[in-house]
Design a protein around this ligand. Structure first.
Ligand SMILES: NC(=O)c1ccc[n+]([C@@H]2O[C@H](COP(=O)([O-])OP(=O)(O)OC[C@H]3O[C@@H](n4cnc5c(N)ncnc54)[C@H](OP(=O)(O)O)[C@@H]3O)[C@@H](O)[C@H]2O)c1
Length: 358
C-alpha cells in the first residue's frame, strides 16, 4: 500500500512533549527540554491505516514522526544542525517504506524551506504550504462573509507577506481586496512580493514594515515565524477579523481575552476524509488536521510522489491545484475555529453587532 510520513516537533515544550512523555514533561524544566531535544533520536508517534479517498477508493497508510527539536532550538541552532536532524527523521521515513515526506511546523520554515532536505533524501518532500495557503485565504474570506464584511470594500493586510505562505496568500487575496497592505520586515523583499501582484490586484497595494500598519485593517491574515505573539490588542481596529496561521501563534492571547469586538480564527485547518484520525493527539479536535498534513496525504492518495511544495516562493497554480486535489480526495476546509475550538455563533454575532450597530 502507498504510504506517507509526516514530521512534527514540539512547539510548546511542556504541552507537546507531554503528549508523548507525560512524566518527563512534568519533571523536566523547560530549559532542559530545549537542551535535551537536540540529542533525542527521531521517533515514530503513530502508524495510521485506512485513510481512503471517496473519489477513487484508494487507501493509504502513514506514519507520524517526531523530529525532537523544539521550535526555539530549531531556529537558534545553525540551519546545518537543524537539517541534519530533519534528514535523520526523513531517513526513518524511508526505512518505514514511506513514498513521500511532509515537513510540519518549523521543519519547513528553517533555512531554505525543504530544498536541502529534499536533495538529501531518496523520497520526495513537501512542506504542505500550498494547501495551507489555500485553506487560510478561504478561511479569512469565509469569516469575513459570516461577519458581513465585503472584501472588495475592505482593507486587507497580510502579515509575514515575504514568507512562503504569506506570499501565496497575498496573491490569493489580491483579486478580492479593496486595498491590500503587505506587512514584513524587509522593504526590498516586500517590494518584490508587491511586484507580483500588479496584474491581479483589485485595488491599491501598499507595503509597510511597522506592525502598526494593521490598525486600519478590516481583515488581517497573519503568518510569521516569529515564534511569539506579535499582534496585541492595541494593534486592531474594532470589528476586525484576523486569521492566524502561525504556530506558535502570532496573535497574543490578550487579544482573545480583551477584545470581544475582534474575531480571531485559526488558519490552515482541514477536515479529514471520513473524519479519520492519525492515531496521535497533536492538539486538534478529532477529525481535523493541519493543511500541511492534508497536502502530504492528498499527494499520497493521488499517487503524486514528487517534491510538490519546496522552497520559499510558492507557485499559485500549484496552490490552486492542491486545493482541487484535496477536495477530490475528501478534505474540506474546517468550519471556523479559534484556539483549536469550534467558534460559537454568538462570537461571530457579537463582532457583527460591534461592526454594524443597529
Ligand atoms: N496551520 C498550518 O497548517 C501551518 C502549516 C505550515 C506552516 N504554518 C505556520 O505558518 C507560519 C509561516 O510559515 P512559512 O512556511 O510561510 O514561513 P517562512 O516562509 O519562513 O515565512 C515567515 C515569515 O515570517 C516573518 N518573520 C519571521 N520572524 C519574524 C518576526 N520576529 N517578526 C515579524 N515577522 C517575522 C518572515 O519575515 P522575513 O522575510 O523578514 O524573514 C517571513 O515573512 C509559521 O508559523 C508556521 O509554523 C502553519
Amino acid at each position: 500500500m502507498d504510504a506517507f510520513a509526516f514530521i512534527i516537533h514540539p512547539l510548546d515544550p511542556k504541552t507537546d512533549v507531554a503528549r508523548k512523555y507525560p512524566t518527563l514533561a512534568r519533571i523536566l524544566p523547560v530549559s532542559l527540554i530545549h537542551f535535551l531535544s537536540l540529542y533525542w533520536p527521531p521517533l515514530v508517534l503513530s502508524h495510521a491505516r485506512g485513510i481512503r479517498s471517496p473519489a477513487t477508493g484508494r487507501e493509504v497508510e502513514g506514519w507520524l514522526l517526531a523530529c525532537p527539536l523544539t521550535a526555539r532550538r530549531m531556529v537558534t541552532v545553525s540551519p546545518r544542525v537543524a537539517y541534519r536532524k530533519i534528514i535523520q527523521t526523513g531517513r526513518l521515513a524511508e526505512r518505514l517504506g514511506a513514498r513521500i515526506l511532509g515537513l510540519g511546523a518549523y521543519t519547513s520554515v528553517v533555512g531554505d524551506g525543504g530544498l536541502t532536505v529534499a536533495r538529501a533524501l531518496q523520497i520526495p518532500v513537501t512542506t504542505g504550504d500550498s494547501y495551507t495557503a489555500a485553506l487560510s485565504a478561504h478561511t479569512l474570506l469565509e469569516a469575513a462573509a459570516q461577519v458581513g464584511i465585503a472584501p472588495e470594500q475592505a482593507t486587507v493586510t497580510v502579515v509575514g507577506a515575504t514568507g512562503a505562505i504569506g506570499g501565496a496568500c497575498a496573491q490569493l487575496l489580491a483579486p478580492h481586496a479593496g486595498r491590500l497592505v503587505l506587512v514584513g520586515r524587509r522593504m526590498e523583499a516586500l517590494t518584490r512580493v508587491k511586484s507580483r501582484l500588479s496584474d491581479i490586484a483589485r485595488g491599491p497595494v501598499e507595503i509597510a514594515t511597522d506592525i502598526a500598519a494593521i490598525r486600519s485593517a478590516d481583515l488581517v491574515l497573519t503568518t510569521t515565524s516569529a515564534g511569539r505573539p506579535i499582534i496585541f490588542p492595541e494593534h486592531l481596529k474594532s470589528g476586525a477579523v484576523v486569521c492566524d496561521i502561525a504556530r506558535p501563534r502570532d496573535v497574543s492571547i490578550r487579544v482573545h481575552r480583551e477584545r470581544e469586538d475582534v474575531l480571531v480564527v485559526d488558519g490552515g485547518l482541514a477536515e479529514m476524509p471520513g473524519g479519520v484520525g492519525l492515531g496521535f493527539d497533536y492538539g486538534l479536535p478529532p477529525g481535523l488536521t493541519f493543511g500541511c498534513m492534508a497536502e502530504t496525504i492528498t499527494l499520497a492518495l493521488e499517487g503524486r510522489f514528487e517534491d510538490y511544495t519546496v522552497g520559499k516562493e510558492l507557485d499559485v497554480a500549484r496552490v490552486q491545484e492542491i486545493a482541487r486535489l484535496a477536495a477530490r480526495h475528501g478534505f474540506r476546509p474546517a468550519p471556523l475555529h479559534s484556539l483549536d475550538r469550534p467558534l460559537p455563533p454568538e462570537r461571530i454575532e457579537a463582532v457583527r453587532q460591534k461592526r454594524f450597530p443597529k
